[in-house]
Every structure is written in C-alpha cells, then in structure tokens.
Design a protein around this ligand. Structure first.
Ligand code: HEC
Length: 180
C-alpha cells in the first residue's frame, strides 16, 4: 500500500512539474525582479500613493484594477476592475506581454484604451517582476484565505482519523497543484 501510494504521489508530482514548466505558474525570482523593476520605474513606484506617469504599484497584487488612489485611469481599467479584475501574479504576467491585447481579451471588446503601450516580451522578466510584486504585497491573497480555512478545520480535530494519514499525501499534492 505504502509503495503504491508513493508511486501515485510521484506521478502526481511529476505531473505538477510538467504543468509548472508549461508556464502556468509564476516561478519568478523576486530578487531579480526587484532589479528588473527598473523597467517599470520610469512610470511606476511601489510606494503608497506615489503615482508617476503610471499609477503607484503599491500592493498591486491583490488589488482591484483601476483603483490606485488619485490616479486618473483610462476607462478600460476602471471597467475591468468593476467586472472583477484583481491583479494576481499570473494575470500580471499576461498583461505585461501586451496590455492592450489583455484588455481586449478581458473586456471582450476591441474598444479599449490604455496609456501603457509597453510590451514586455521576455517571459522570464515578467515572471521575475510579478514574483517581486507578489513578494511585497500585504494584501490577503485567495490562496492565503484557503490555507487559513484549512488550518482552522484541522484545529477542530475532527478530521484527524487514522485514514487521513494516507489521504493527506494526496491533499498536499492537490494543494500544490491548485496554487499553480
Ligand atoms: C512608459 C510608462 C510605463 C512603463 C514603462 C510601465 N507602465 Fe505600467 N502603466 C503605465 C500607465 C500610464 C498606466 C495606466 C494606464 C491607463 O490608465 O491607461 C499603467 C498601468 C499599469 C498597471 C495597471 C494598474 C492598475 O492599478 O490597474 C499595471 C499592473 C502596470 N502598469 C504594471 C507595470 C509593470 C509591472 C511595468 C514594468 C514591467 C510597467 N507597468 C511599465 C505606464 C507604464
């Protein structure tokens, strides 16, 4: 049984690795991203309330699009935010490749406006910057909420029957998949 379980776990993990290398997950290096943020720094700061040509990116990960205080956004950002666009690392990676195309896709119309014309083609650069911005956000991210709910559940002690020992391996790898 143990053997079979670990075979299954290994299979799950290698599947996870395949998905990750497929680019579905932000595997950026936050330290490199902090340096790479130079590429954004002409127009953006990460300081609260400090807008330049572009809005402050303080806490941008986990923030609703088009809501940085005292910044006059193009309508497309405000609308996208109202429709539920909250910046995550993954969405930022897609956005940075082509902001206009991202808004067209998100809003489902060609009639979009953006003052950010820059396109960042290099995936690694985008991943690093997204990881950096993710590492400094103090917003509660959806993953964090899920995890604390799990923690509360196990504190109740109701889930700790013996069978769950073998299940927990599977749960763990599911969690890894879902954060990606
Ligand atoms: C040449 C200036 C410029 C550069 C460089 C630039 N941006 Fe922007 N960015 C803008 C402007 C202007 C806006 C606002 C767009 C609008 O309202 O039309 C914006 C908007 C954004 C938004 C949306 C913010 C929100 O609150 O919805 C994000 C996220 C963003 N930029 C990230 C970046 C990142 C990360 C980089 C570097 C990789 C970068 N930008 C580089 C000018 C720039």
């Amino acid at each position: 049984m143990r053997f079979i379980n670990s075979m299954l776990l290994a299979a799950t993990l290698s599947l996870t690795a395949t998905v990750a290398s497929g680019g579905a997950f932000a595997e950026g290096d936050p330290e490199q991203g902090e340096k790479d943020f130079r590429r954004c720094g002409a127009c953006h700061t990460v300081d609260e309330g400090v807008n330049r040509v572009g809005p402050s990116l303080f806490n941008v990960i986990g923030r609703q699009a088009g809501t940085a205080p005292d910044y006059s956004f193009s309508d497309s950002y405000v609308t996208a935010g109202e429709q539920g666009l909250i910046w995550t690392e993954e969405l930022l990676i897609t956005y940075l490749e082509d902001p206009k195309a991202f808004l067209i896709e998100y809003l489902g119309t060609d009639d979009v406006s953006t003052k950010m014309r820059n396109k960042f083609r290099k995936l690694e650069l985008r991943e690093n910057i997204a990881a950096y911005l993710g590492s400094i956000t103090t917003n509660e991210l959806p993953e964090d909420v899920d995890m604390s709910e799990d923690a509360e559940m196990s504190e109740d002690g109701e889930m700790s029957d013996d069978d769950s020992m073998s299940d927990s391996d599977a749960e763990e790898s599911e969690d890894e998949t879902s954060t990606e």
